[in-house]
Design a protein around this ligand. Sequence first.
Ligand SMILES: O=C(O)C(=O)C[C@]1(C(=O)O)C=C[C@@H](O)C=C1
Length: 283
Amino acid sequence: MKTVAIQGIAGAYHEIAARKYFEEQRGEKIEILACTLFEDIIAAVKKDPNIVGIMAIENTIAGSLLQNHELIRESDLFVVGEQKIHISHVLAALSSESLDSIKEIESHPIALMQCSDFLRTMPRVKILENEDTALSAKLIAENNWRGHAAICSKYAAELYGLKILEEGIEINKHNFTRFLLLVNKWLAEDWTLSEVNNKASVVFTLPHTHGSLSKVLTIFSFYDVNLTRIQSLPIIGKEWEYLFYIDIIFDNILSYKQSVDAVRPLTNDFKVLGEYKENKMVE
Ligand SMILES: O=C(O)C(=O)C[C@]1(C(=O)O)C=C[C@@H](O)C=C1
């Protein structure tokens, strides 16, 4: 059985994503290794090559988890898959509570962001950040915290025996989070052999010269590969210089490899973070 390192405890959205990827789509049973921090996922995978990590990378409401891009780039782990899941939050509390009795709401910062409109309807409530959505639910249940509510999944609310006060409290129903599957780079090939790879994530920096980004984009376009995402991140210690994280989808692996070969000399610190099968699924 595979062990999957997630950020958060049982009931966190990371667990839902991991089970969807392995159990629902590939029929493989997994056990969950709960990690407090995103850094702990990387450390767990590095320490034990049999552990696979899963890490949130972007959300359609809250945007990119910028810190996780850097964690992956610096880790030397390889991206071998992606999983997108629909995120729908509930407000959950002890069975004696109602919306009017809630004084404090806690959750993961990204989940709080996704529910900001709902939170504005409760201006007198104190908002607290927690490591993950499921931990917020568990703490309320275990400590019998009156006046507290958690923003979490319906699954987490039920797992920890909380009452659901409100459902679907995210800003917009089109709320999806994309997760990346991470393995030790020496095992990456075994992983991806069984699947038809049609997606890659790469990162590079560019010299400050006229048209440097435009030349790179033109090459990708020439090789007929589809860029699905460009995320730039400032390089710490180098003012106004950026790292460019690019996701590429391709029909023809040869065209993709040729585009990478052609782009590489125009960039600095070019790194392929992973090649994997696109997850088309949206609910
Ligand atoms: O707190 C959780 O349940 C998580 O799995 C974390 C996390 C995130 O990091 O974005 C995962 C998915 C949702 O977007 C909200 C929170």
